[in-house]
Design a protein around this ligand. Structure first.
Ligand code: DON
Length: 577
């Protein structure tokens, strides 16, 4: 080898050595770099929706305006989860430091009651008439009420309501090109969607299934959105769309009436705040369980040197699983709509309480979930489809929004003549308090079905601050209760393992939900020898690995650059400028 070539080889070796040795061994090295934006960023699960959000920002709209436009666009281009027939949570941090949480979760129709989903023998109703599919599975949607409240109170005032809706009218009217993924997903849900005439016609073309690359138009949805653009949310709650929803419900033994629609209210709530190793965490309060469960786990983990344990080590996964086991037990008992049930929030997220719970964790032995009860204290003194997107605007306002119709394509019902797919959010109530639901989970009475109540959610839109109080990153996820696990582990990955937002979101994770007593894991997420150690501690691994939720987020680096990240487990595009 010539001297020059030798020098070059040595230099490459040295640079690689310095570079690699500066990266903690736990890094998911395969993650792509996050998308960079000097001014602003929108990260959502569809490129067209992210671009619509960026257009609104460029027109002078703020993050709240853009978030509304993205949400409406996803209802058109991401029908499995994007919606106006569902509900969700919009967490906002304004540039001046104020925060708010807009709760536009669905409300149970007035006619719903504790035993609405069980028969005389106490058996759960399955299929049509039950809580997961068909007309009775829907709660009263909140999306438009929530968006309108956000727009009126926190919009920039520089763009009109119609500016936020009209791009989506065009998408629904002119169509958009179906991706391989969406075409396949529609086909995969054909048996369910085919049961409802409008779903069958719109999403399955009456059996002439859509193929990748075809143009997909939704003319009825375009008409509905035109009315909403002109008349605002009132079209959906008291206008023509409301009449159509109520009529279709009445014709199909659904529970939602005109009165239920008229009575829907979005609510502004005070965000839940906690800390993890000196970083403030701003997250969603009840009716989400997400914020409480995440803060509980983080509080318990503060007692361990998680950084030294290393991100994928058996030591860390063990304490993480044990902390989750304990907080998910509390979730099943204590968490519900705070307007109907007493939720001891302050006690549950208290660091002293976490210390007590932590003291029951044996470092070399897994607890059996049947022996782990929810924490005991008096409450009397206590005064499975979703999508998350995040927006950071040029001024520094942040929106972390998760909304859902629950399962993929919700209840699978499209309301006649409207193009609106409805949610199956009634399944997030405890259909049979005290006894297992369809998935083996037992919940207490607090989350029982009651007319006007919001079902307990796991959606966890979150914003994390730097130690000196500046907004650092915002994120959220889809995936039912696994959302909480995905968000908390991403937070741990950034704070304890120095990952950037993309690496933090992509990195393998676990999920432990108390009951069933089973540790869920991801393919190649845990090495065989780590698994062996955890099994020897007594952890029961799920039979098969599977993805644990999927997240999206945005981080602001020290130079103010916005870094957008979409989970490599799912599709989506972050767009910045
Ligand atoms: O509110 C909740 O927690 C659930 N309805 C979310 C459902 C979900 O994330 C399904 N997504 N894959």
């Amino acid at each position: 080898m010539k001297l020059g070539a030798l020098r070059q080889t040595l230099a490459i070796f040295l640079v690689s050595f310095i570079f690699l040795s500066s990266i903690p061994s736990s890094f998911a090295l395969s993650s792509p770099d996050p998308v960079r934006g000097k001014n602003a960023m929108v990260a959502s699960q569809h490129e067209l929706a992210s671009r619509i959000g960026v257009d609104i920002l460029k027109k002078g709209g703020n993050a709240v305006d853009a978030a509304i436009a993205v949400g409406i666009a996803l209802a058109v281009v991401y029908p499995e989860a994007g919606n106006i027939g569902g509900g969700g949570f919009m967490l906002v941090r304004f540039k001046d430091g104020r925060t708010t949480a807009i709760d536009y979760r669905e409300m149970a129709p007035k006619a719903a009651h504790r035993d609405v989903f069980v028969d005389e023998k106490g058996e759960l109703t399955r299929g049509e008439g039950g809580s997961t599919v068909g007309y009775r599975a829907s709660g009263v949607p909140g999306t438009l009420a929530g968006f309108e409240m956000a727009f009126k109170k926190y919009g920039s005032g520089k763009v009109k309501w119609s500016d936020l809706i009209d791009p989506s009218v065009r998408l629904a009217e002119n169509g958009y090109v179906l991706t391989h993924r969406l075409a396949q997903l529609l086909y995969g849900y054909r048996e369910w969607l085919a049961k409802y005439p409008d779903s069958n016609r719109i999403f399955l073309r009456d059996g002439k299934y859509y193929q990748e690359g075809e143009n997909f138009k939704q003319p009825e949805l375009a008409e509905t959105l035109k009315r909403i653009s002109k008349d605002g949310a009132k079209d959906f709650y008291t206008g023509k769309t409301a009449q159509m929803v109520a009529a279709d419900m009445a014709a199909n033994k659904g529970l939602i009436t005109l009165e239920d629609l008229k009575n829907y209210v979005a609510k502004e709530r005070v965000p839940l705040k906690g800390t993890y190793r000196g970083h403030e965490i701003v997250t969603m309060p009840p009716p989400s369980s997400g914020g409480i469960v995440m803060l509980q786990v983080l509080n318990m983990l503060e007692g361990y040197d998680v950084r030294s344990m290393g991100s994928g080590s058996s030591a860390k996964l063990h304490v993480l699983a044990e902390a989750m086991r304990r907080s998910f037990a509390d979730r099943a008992e204590y968490m519900a709509d705070p307007d109907f049930a007493e939720v001891p929030v302050a006690k549950l997220i208290d660091k002293k309480y976490a210390e007590e719970r932590r003291s029951t964790i044996d470092l070399n032995k897994a607890s059996a979930s049947k022996d782990v009860k929810f924490g005991s204290f008096s409450t009397s003194s206590e005064g499975t489809e979703t999508t998350h997107y995040t927006v950071v605007d040029a001024e520094g306002n942040l929106v972390s929004n998760t909304y859902t119709i629950n399962d993929l394509y919700g209840s699978r019902v499209t309301i006649k003549g409207t193009g609106v797919l409805m949610n199956d959010e009634m399944d997030d109530f405890a259909a049979r308090p005290g006894r297992p639901n369809l998935f083996g989970l037992v919940q207490g009475e607090r989350n029982k079905v009651e007319g006007g109540k919001r079902p307990l959610s796991s959606m966890t839109p979150t914003i994390v601050m730097t130690k000196d109080g500046k907004p650092w990153f915002a994120l959220g996820a889809r995936g039912g209760p696994r959302i909480i696990s995905a968000v908390m582990q991403s937070v741990i990955n950034v704070i304890d393992h120095d990952m950037n937002i993309q690496q933090a979101i992509d990195s393998p994770r676990i999920h432990m939900q108390w009951l069933p007593d089973e540790l869920a894991y991801e393919m190649y997420g845990i090495s065989p020898d780590t698994m062996k150690i955890l099994t020897s501690y007594g952890h029961n691994f799920a039979q098969r690995p599977g993805n644990i939720a999927s997240a999206t987020g945005i981080m602001i680096d020290k130079d103010g650059i916005r870094l957008g990240a979409i989970d490599s487990r799912s599709d989506g595009v972050a767009v910045g400028y």
